[in-house]
Design a protein around this ligand. Structure first.
Ligand SMILES: [Zn+2]
Length: 503
């Protein structure tokens, strides 16, 4: 048996959660998990609050806050914001976990014993303005950043140096002995893992990185908030583990490890961290943890263009105030493609998409079915055979949705579901079930309605769950397809007012 762990890349304290994170990472992961569950798959959604690194160290210095109180307040806040957007995690953790610390240290010792980690001289950049140690991404000029606020990490060698924290250009270098991981030793395994990735775009980005020899990866940090290096590698007691090393192991912490279950990870993330998940993750998994059975895939998306996006759509509370939870979810899922192209949001566009697609197509179809069943005076229809043509139509569409899911493509899956709605609507018009208001006709309409509802509610759970159709009886599409087709329209009547308000 296989269990899919959909992972959403961790948010770092004191980062502010915005619609950009939701759109690139958390919402696609949530919808993917809900759809997989609807298809009857064993799939769970996991993520965590990352409480290590340079930013939290700075936040602690700035606010004089207590570490535990600070991380708990952010940890709490993030979870409340996810909940507001109906993003449900099966396991949401925090990275200052004792299991994680033990595992990180033993994995480093393992690499040390194998001779895959070595100590060598390296140059550390230190800002004389604020005394921070500055890795590459923290010493680039602001105007070299893209409008998404990110640096193009593949082409930043020749840029002028400036401290990202205090804007000082007074950056000096010191020689330190740091620990480096020899990534080339795992090259064959890394390549074979990358070749299995479903997204051609992500695969190509990563394979082009592998064309050159990989540089050794410095996982040493000083003046840092994080796990200390293992004692045997930390003579002066001043070394900490770079957070990317431990974050990646953190995904395993969140897995429901049961020996009889084969784990598969599907990582949902923004395009800037594809390298960590596509090159470093397989290295750590195979070489440091000796895990050669866990499979993984990467579902990466582009960034939200902050300059071209309406400010009111950025904050979690302001977007919910403006559009409501389900309309926000629908707009984002409909708008953001399953690839690493950047995107932008606008209010007029959101209104158009919500009105034209969700309300006038999907909602109008549901409303039409409701009216047909309501006007028929058929109270229940049980044990009625569904037409072979309908079964064929639905099976074909469900297969297409499953194919999209296998490619982690939730935007494509949404388009398939909207096509199912359109084809179901056309089928009802052709067959004119509304002219023969008997049990058999109503069962056909009810069946088509139920399948669309089970699928679309992964995107807009509140609208559908407020409407309260089939919630208990039809928990998965396969139930609808294979099990009993009992259906009562009594729930339709009782929620009529909610329905009219929404559609
Ligand atoms: Zn500085």
């Amino acid at each position: 048996m296989e269990r899919i762990h959909a992972t959403a890349a961790f948010i770092f304290v004191p980062g502010k959660l915005t619609i950009a994170h939701i759109a690139s990472t958390f919402l696609p992961a949530d919808i993917y998990t809900k759809l997989q569950k609807a298809m009857g798959k064993d799939c769970i959604l996991v993520s965590a609050t990352d409480v290590h690194g340079i930013w939290i160290k700075r936040e602690l210095a700035r606010t004089n806050a207590d570490y535990t109180e600070l991380i708990q307040s952010f940890h709490q806040k993030y979870q409340e914001e996810f909940k507001k957007l109906n993003i449900h995690f099966d396991h949401y953790g925090i990275t200052n976990d004792p299991w994680l610390e033990t595992t990180v240290k033993s994995s480093l010792s393992n690499l040390h014993k194998k001779g895959l980690i070595k100590r060598k001289n390296s140059v550390t950049y230190i800002c004389q303005g604020c005394n921070e140690h500055l890795p590459k991404r923290f010493r680039l000029k602001g105007d070299k950043l893209k409008s998404t606020g990110k640096v193009d990490i593949y082409n930043d060698e020749d840029l002028e140096q400036v401290c990202s924290f205090c804007q000082s250009k007074d950056i000096t270098t010191t020689n330190h002995k740091n620990w480096f991981i020899d990534l080339n030793a795992g090259m064959d395994q890394i390549r074979s893992d990358i070749e299995k990735l479903k997204s051609p775009q992500v695969r190509n980005v990563l394979l082009s990185v592998l064309k050159n020899e990989l540089s050794d990866w410095d996982i040493t940090r000083r003046n840092y908030t994080g796990f200390a290096f293992p004692d045997e590698m930390n003579e002066e007691d001043d070394l900490f583990v770079y957070l990317w090393y431990e974050s990646l192991i953190g995904y395993l912490l969140l897995a429901n490890n049961e020996p009889q279950i084969k784990n598969k990870f599907v990582h949902f993330l923004g395009k800037n961290i594809v390298y960590y998940h596509g090159v470093i993750w397989p290295y750590i998994l195979r070489q440091a943890l000796d895990d050669y059975t866990t499979e993984f895939d990467i579902s990466a998306r582009g960034f939200l263009d902050l300059k071209k996006t309406d400010e009111r759509l950025l904050g979690i509370d302001s977007v919910i105030d403006l559009l409501g939870v389900d309309y926000t979810r629908f707009y984002v899922a409909f708008k953001v493609n399953d690839n690493i192209q950047d995107f932008q949001f606008s209010l007029p566009e959101a209104t158009d998409i919500i009105n034209n697609i969700l309300i006038n197509r999907v909602g109008a179809f549901f409303n039409r079915c409701r009216k047909i069943i309501y006007n028929s005076e058929v109270a229940t229809f049980e044990n009625v055979a569904i037409d072979a043509e309908i079964i064929a139509l639905v099976s074909r569409k469900i297969e297409e949705v499953e194919r999209s899911l296998n490619n982690n493509a939730i935007n494509e899956a949404l388009n398939k579901i909207i096509e199912l709605v359109r084809e179901s609507n056309n089928h009802i018009s052709t067959q004119k079930y509304y002219q023969v208001s008997d049990e058999v006709s109503m069962a056909q309409v009810g069946y088509l309605l139920s399948v669309s509802i089970v699928l679309i509610r992964c995107y807009v759970p509140n609208i559908v769950e407020d409407y309260n159709i089939f919630l208990n009886r039809y928990s998965t599409v396969h139930c609808v397809l294979n099990a009993d087709r009992k259906f009562s329209n009594s729930v339709v009547e009782q929620n009529e007012s909610i329905w009219q308000k929404l559609f």
